[in-house]
Design a protein around this ligand. Structure first.
Ligand SMILES: C[S@@+](CC[C@H](N)C(=O)[O-])C[C@H]1O[C@@H](n2cnc3c(N)ncnc32)[C@H](O)[C@@H]1O
Length: 395
């Protein structure tokens, strides 16, 4: 679907990495004693009470009328009138207590004792969906676990059991367990680098852990634009729902045209939706866009922009190197181009990794300017997740 538009770009957006942790909620709780102090003296009195071990653990400071604050104190602290309080009064008020630090503390004691050794150790959040791997042996407690999690994380709508990845497009097999409002749809909006993006973890690949890589796409594109001294043609043929390419297309004066696709029809539907929202919010102007639900290796037969791509993203980590030869024909001829790609390799393959890329470029009659690769840390403990970036002129 070719789209030609003339939108107006907004200001440059500050980048921030998606927050995966949700703060536990503060609950109104039982009445407790509070030392009433002038707001500007709060810190000094907090320090004093802490030193004396009189602070009520896990309770917050209350904001009272007339610029006063209430510091929660234990029953063991001295009564009003004691000279240590220097005339400040003590009141009894509903305390502001911090809820449990961990969701499992919200399970009843019997359940917790029963499953404590097999409790899920981690979970992942995308938008308002929390995905958790629950050991088969404690599946009967799934509902209780989900309720405890919904109570713990107020911004979560849906808890899903994560049964691993499935199918050619490596999407998660998710089983909704409990929903806050009855809506069990796995479609959700994530926020990344200041941008809202639709995704669906049960239908499309998306990983918040690669957010930094996507920030670097922008840095790398700007570097190429400076070297070429003109706007770029960019291609992201494995775009998923679009998180890698969106920061580039919304950037002012960076790209002139953009070719974007994904073979997974469900991911493509979300990709289109995300681009339509960008267009209707006037976040893209004067850029030629081509979106297609096709195999990346077929772009070379289908686009007029063939040979007009300056920056190519190759994000199919299990197959990037295999696909690379069929993508190179997309690159501009006679001028500097860049490839930024990601690959998952065995540790034993590391030594030959760059050589393999160099061979592919040589075979495509490229004048190689640079080939750099480095490990993306902390991705997998068994295999190596590599980023590679090349600069070349194809003749
Ligand atoms: C690792 S994901 C990357 C998605 C996206 N770029 C991101 O950063 O989240 C790889 C994507 O390639 C798509 N894909 C798999 N095989 C493909 C092919 N032959 N041609 C085009 N897309 C393909 C998958 O559906 C998936 O969305």
């Amino acid at each position: 679907m070719p789209i030609n538009i003339n939108p107006d770009l907004g200001n440059e957006r500050p980048f921030s990495v998606a927050m995966l942790k949700t703060a536990p909620c503060l609950d109104r709780a039982k009445p407790m004693r509070h030392l009433r102090v002038p707001s500007e003296e709060t810190q000094q009195w907090l320090d004093f009470c802490r030193k004396k071990r009189w602070i009520m653990p896990s309770a917050g400071v209350l904001t009272l009328d007339d610029g006063l604050k209430g510091i929660p104190i234990l029953d063991s602290a001295p009564d009003e009138g004691n000279e240590c309080w220097q005339g400040n009064s003590i009141i009894t008020a509903q305390g502001l207590t911090r809820g449990p630090e961990h969701w499992s503390e919200r399970l009843n004691d019997e359940t917790l004792t029963e499953i404590i050794d097999i409790l899920p150790k981690s979970h992942e959040i995308q938008g308002d969906i929390l995905m958790v791997k629950i050991d088969q042996s404690i599946e009967e407690y799934s509902q209780e676990i989900a309720h405890a999690m919904l109570e713990q994380f107020p911004s979560i709508r849906l808890i899903c059991a994560d049964k691993g990845v499935k199918g050619d497009f490596r999407v998660r097999d998710l089983l909704p367990i409990s929903s806050r409002d009855g809506n069990t749809s796995t479609r959700t909006k994530i926020r990344e680098n200041g941008q809202s993006i639709w995704t669906d973890p049960a239908k499309a690949y998306f990983s918040a852990r690669l957010s930094n890589e996507r920030i670097q796409n922008l840095t790398s594109a700007k570097d190429l634009k400076n070297k070429l001294n003109r706007k770029l043609g960019v291609c992201d043929p494995y775009a998923g729902v679009g998180p890698g390419i969106i920061p580039l297309v919304i950037e002012d004066d960076l790209i002139s045209h953009c070719v974007v696709g994904d073979l997974n029809p469900d991911a493509f539907e979300l990709l289109e939706l995300n681009f339509h929202e960008l267009i209707s919010n006037n976040k893209i102007t004067g850029k030629k866009l081509l979106l297609k639900n096709i195999d990346a290796r077929k772009w070379k037969n289908t686009i007029q922009e063939l040979g007009q791509i300056d920056l190519l993203l190759v994000n199919l980590p299990h197959d990037s190197i295999n696909h690379l030869p069929e993508l190179i024909p997309l690159l501009s001829r006679g001028s500097l181009t860049k490839i930024r790609g990601w690959a998952i390799i065995e540790k034993s393959e590391l030594i030959d990794f760059e050589k393999e890329i160099i061979d592919i470029l040589n075979h495509a009659n490229a004048e190689i300017k640079s080939v750099n690769s480095s490990e993306v840390k902390g991705f997998s403990s068994t295999k190596i997740f590599m980023r590679f970036e090349t600069e070349q002129i194809i003749h």
